[in-house]
Write a protein that binds this ligand. Sequence first.
Ligand SMILES: Cc1ncc(COP(=O)(O)O)c(C=O)c1O
Length: 419
Amino acid sequence: MREADYNLFKIPSEKVTIDFLTDSGTSALSQEQWSQIMLGDESYASAKSWERFEAAVKNFTGKKEVIPVHQGRAAEKIIAEILLQKGNMSFSNGFFDTTRANFEHQGVTCIDIPSEKSFNLSIPRLFKGDIDAKKLKQLIIRHKKQAKMVLMTLTNNTGGGQPASFKNVELASNLARKANLIFTIDACRIAENAYFVWLNEQKRKGNIGVLIRKLFSLSDIAYMSTKKDGLANSGGFMVTNDRLLAAKLRELTVLYEGFVTYGGMTGREMEAIAQGLKEVVSPTYLEHRINQVAYLHNELAKIGIPLIHPSGGHAVYVDAGKLFSHIPKDNFPGQALVVALYKEGGVRSVEIGSLMYGKTLKPELVRLAIPRRTYAQSHLDYVVEIFKKVLQNKKQYRGFKIIWQPSTLRHFTCKLEPL
Ligand SMILES: Cc1ncc(COP(=O)(O)O)c(C=O)c1O
């Protein structure tokens, strides 16, 4: 830990027992994906793998124009550069850190307006990932000149991996369109979000694939890091029905990413994603996925770990501020828990709190993100045992101070020292 400056991003993976750092690009590929990879066509332009990728994305999203990128943040950078300008404002249920960083880099003010339901972490309410539609309406009126984009992150990663309801996404889309604002969906976990809609809003009626397309249809533009619900280790795309906008997006794609039929991805990667997008809509897969997260959530709740309730789509979020209430906010209680979990049992997790976001009123969370189709129940049971040890030794853990940090996205590379 000392050699890694108490920053878990710097721990060699071979020194990690259970890796819950992220669910992004860490999932296991299916045998069908591996066999498709063998068909990878690495032609520079208009490869067969591109054709299969484009067809799969069109089928998954229902959108007509597909622009490939190497991962989600590349789409964010291109979208910010094409659609936003210095002085603009953008509103969201919760901007993910890279989305916020890319938009702010463009001079845009980003305002999170999560639903009030999400403010009390421990009370389980359905669709805590909703946007506060009332506040959205007010902000659109108040900032008529600067307001430019409404962005829904599905599911809301920074807000506990909580889903938004279809009704709420539709309402936000209508409000945006009425005010002539661009309505964008960050779709990296849209299948998990759609599962919750199917389960709780549609009472298991209808088809999840159709529901996903209905969600996409509410957007003017959407993008997806396929490292999540693409069930792949890399990649991403932007989609729209607007041909003129697509042409502009393609110009920057060539500049930053590669030719418009690969966008920084290999043919093999596009094959894995094309297959992954077919597999991710399976209700059996999604049920297993969501229930695996719920299992860890329930077991941790049983031993008294304070959590965001209910359990979300891709991760369990621990209220580290409450668990390590002896550590003040300024001393990063979340990072103290991340270090404790690693020390007690080689479990790698990530802080989502003051270290990631700077001085903020947000809760001090630790995210245990579960890679898809990778761990078995016994691995989850092991993690619960490690939490029991942390509980026993709780008082011995102290806070941290930052001794070096970069100018942006500091949590990835900053150096820390225990107090
Ligand atoms: C909600 C959300 N949006 C965007 C991104 C960025 O995607 P990528 O890591 O592929 O750049 C992530 C990554 O974790 C995410 O969770």
